[in-house]
Design a protein around this ligand. Structure first.
Ligand code: SME
Length: 152
């Protein structure tokens, strides 16, 4: 995953405002582009700050996550990227798939800068995600800016 992939994803999403279509293709693209991942998808934030499952690739997952709960709820509530090298060390971690060992969650903002969704990626490899400043996570953060709309 690098800046070339960011360009490819932008081209892939171009031309539709439909959020379901955009998130569906984005999850499929990221799942194909990243090695060693077992779940790639989105949780959307509702008006209360709780999260609900959006388009994803991987095994069926938890549908609802309360505000501030788990890695996803914490990342959304605090508007911060969370890199979790060992999910068992994360207090309040929500397990959807026993195979998941490491995880990264990146907030996605609307035009006003409000967190409206998160991108959640799991790996069955311990330590698969460990460095927030890696080229891969930097590219993923860049990608999130283009996922909701074409113009961002
Ligand atoms: N592990 C996440 C829950 C979502 S699944 O990984 C798909 C969490 O703790 O928020």
């Amino acid at each position: 995953m690098n800046n070339e992939d960011v360009k490819l994803l932008k081209a892939l999403l171009h031309g539709t405002d439909n959020l379901v279509s955009r998130l569906s293709n984005a999850s499929a693209f990221i799942n194909e582009a990243l090695p060693d991942v077992c779940w790639v998808g989105f949780y959307l934030v509702n008006e209360n700050g709780d999260l609900y499952l959006g388009p994803f690739q991987g095994k069926p997952a938890c549908i609802n996550i309360k505000k501030g709960h788990g890695v996803c709820g914490s990342a959304a509530m605090n508007d911060e990227t969370l890199v979790v090298p060992d999910v068992h060390q994360f207090p309040g971690y929500i397990s959807c798939d026993a195979a998941a060992m490491s995880e990264v969650v990146i907030p996605i903002h609307d035009d006003e800068g409000k967190v409206t969704a998160v991108l959640d990626i799991d790996s069955a490899t311990l330590g698969r995600f460990s460095d927030e400043d890696s080229e891969e996570i930097t590219a993923l953060k860049n990608i999130t800016e283009y996922i909701l709309t074409d113009k961002a």
